[in-house]
Design a protein around this ligand. Structure first.
Ligand code: BT5
Length: 239
């Protein structure tokens, strides 16, 4: 069962750090905190985690199936999108690989959450950050895919525990599935399929049209040299 046992903390540096260090944790164990002082984003970035304004959750997975580790983050992103959509009635999108998107009334995408997958040996930790009750002033500035919160998009306050329960229940379902079973839903929600994008990783850059996400969770880019698979890097669109 995803979310059992659950370790609840008032504040910590990073729930992912706690989950990585929790050696005895069984598959499905969760760490949740009311605030983080050193919330982590991808590629060494920071995740703003003010008290009670968002959900800060890490899950410990000890998968038996050989699914590629990148796939767990994609499955988690999909579970979060499904849960938030059911709760709020808002349309929730995804940006490969790890952004959870809400939309302004005019349809512009806003980052309301993110997923950070990390591994220690065979243990996988999937960190989930969701902005719930922040005002615009409490959110960091982002030049593209500006930050928003569920409250800003839905005009109501959100109880962190209600969202936690909904997310865990959805993840219990989605994390038990094969990527191929749910890939179509990820692609349906995925921002920018058919658009030109630039993929950057370790100094190298590739320009192409986003064609979809493959059976290993890699993004497929149709470049001047043909169809390429890309993993673990940064994707930017020309919005
Ligand atoms: C992510 O990184 O989107 C992954 C975030 C994962 C956070 C969770 S919280 C629970 C668990 N424990 C942790 O320590 N982490 C996980 P990335 O795509 O790199 O986005 C980070 C970038 O987004 C930053 O460089 C900022 O520009 C911006 N940012 C920071 N805080 C944000 C927020 N609360 N909302 C939206 N954007 C934010």
């Amino acid at each position: 069962m995803i979310g059992e046992p659950i370790l609840r903390l008032e504040t910590t540096d990073s729930t992912n750090r706690v989950a990585l260090d929790w050696d005895e944790a069984p598959h499905g164990a969760a760490v949740v905190a009311r605030a983080q002082s050193g919330g982590r984003g991808r590629l060494g970035r920071h995740w703003e985690s003010p008290p009670d304004a968002g959900l800060y959750l890490s899950l410990i997975l000890r998968p038996e199936s050989p699914q590629n580790s990148a796939v767990w983050s994609l499955l988690a992103a999909l579970g979060v999108a499904r849960a938030l959509e059911k709760l709020s009635g808002l349309k929730i999108g995804l940006k490969w690989p790890n952004d959870v998107l809400g939309f302004d009334p005019d349809g512009a995408p806003r980052k309301i959450g993110g997923i950070l997958g990390e591994a220690k040996g065979s243990k996988i930790v999937v960190g989930i950050g969701i902005n719930l009750n922040q005002s615009l002033e409490e959110l960091p500035e982002r030049p593209i895919f500006p930050a928003s919160s569920l409250r800003l998009l839905s005009a109501c306050d959100w109880d962190v525990d209600v969202v936690l329960a909904a997310v865990l229940s959805e993840l219990d379902d989605v994390l038990g599935r094969n990527w191929d079973e749910v890939r179509a839903d990820f692609e349906r929600r995925c921002w920018g399929i058919g658009e030109v994008a630039r993929f950057e990783s370790e100094g190298a850059s590739l320009l192409g049209v986003v064609a979809g996400v493959d059976g290993d969770g890699a993004l497929m880019l149709r470049s001047a040299d043909g169809l390429k698979r890309v993993v673990a890097g940064e994707l930017s669109y020309f919005l």
